[in-house]
Design a protein around this ligand. Structure first.
Ligand code: SAM
Length: 244
């Protein structure tokens, strides 16, 4: 147990690299961008879905898988109606992310571990959250109660369209098929779309936290940086699913 209150359960022999998960630079960018609240409407939609689907069990056990710096876990605590009755957990393979998450939220428990080997008992969780994060189907099925819910956030068709216009000659809509574990069916889906106007620093931070960051080099990068008053569409799909 680290003094910041998190557990590090990723033994050296299970680390595939020295710094597993997202790099420090990527995390810094993400923290910088998310804390400026550009994604707050999506985070509030997550909280509203949790409220709407509050289970009978008290407390309701929730795990954010691949939680990064814990932004969504903090928003759940801030915006869910009955947050005192939520037992919030977050795991990520990146130690630095968990360090930052644990420092910012005393009322949640954070663990450095991999989604492929989760340190939780069978049938423990009422809801699992995956926001742009990988997961392992067998582990999802194992730790989720039989009536438990899986809430997945993925990019919608037009997510970050105007940023992509700088990078690709022809921008294609995002494929919106959501990967659900076998035997799970969708029970509700919501599309949240709105426009943001990040300042120059936040625009660069947003770029750095996306998978297409590595393509934006040289003049392309300059153009993105210099563009004044650029408005960017965000587009998210929230999918709530449960075991059939
Ligand atoms: C795109 S980021 C999303 C982070 C966070 N959910 C958010 O939206 O701010 C993906 C996260 O998954 C983590 N990750 C990657 N592989 C993982 C694994 N096998 N187990 C747990 N976390 C993992 C990364 O370290 C990173 O923090």
């Amino acid at each position: 147990m680290a003094k910041e209150g998190y557990l590090n359960l990723l033994p050296v022999q299970h680390k595939k690299s020295k710094e597993p998960g997202d790099s420090r630079a990527m995390m810094r960018s993400r923290r910088n961008f998310l804390e400026a609240e550009y994604y707050l409407p999506m985070a509030k939609a997550i909280a509203a879905l949790i409220d709407k689907n509050k289970t009978e069990s008290s407390p309701m056990h929730i795990l954010d898988m691949g939680c990064g710096e814990g932004y969504y876990s903090r928003q759940i605590e801030a915006f869910c109606e009955n947050s005192a009755d939520l037992d919030l957990h977050g795991i990520d393979i990146a130690k630095n992310a968990i360090f930052a998450a644990a420092k910012k939220q005393e009322n949640a428990r954070f663990i450095v571990a991999s989604n492929t080997r989760l340190p939780y008992a069978d049938n423990y969780f009422d809801l699992l959250l995956r926001v742009y994060a990988p997961s392992n189907d067998d582990e999802v099925k194992r730790i989720l109660k039989s009536e438990g819910l899986l809430l997945t956030v993925t990019p919608g068709p037009r997510h970050l369209w105007q940023l992509k216009e700088f990078i690709y000659k022809k921008v294609n809509e995002h494929d919106i098929t959501v990967d659900l574990p076998e035997g799970f069916k969708e029970i509700e889906s919501q599309r949240i779309s709105y426009t943001i106007k990040p300042d120059q620093d936040h625009r660069m931070a947003l770029l750095q936290m996306t998978p297409f960051a590595w393509r934006a080099k040289g003049e392309m990068l300059n153009n993105i940086q210099k563009a004044t008053g650029l408005e960017i569409e965000t587009d998210f799909i929230l999918t709530l699913a449960k075991s059939e």
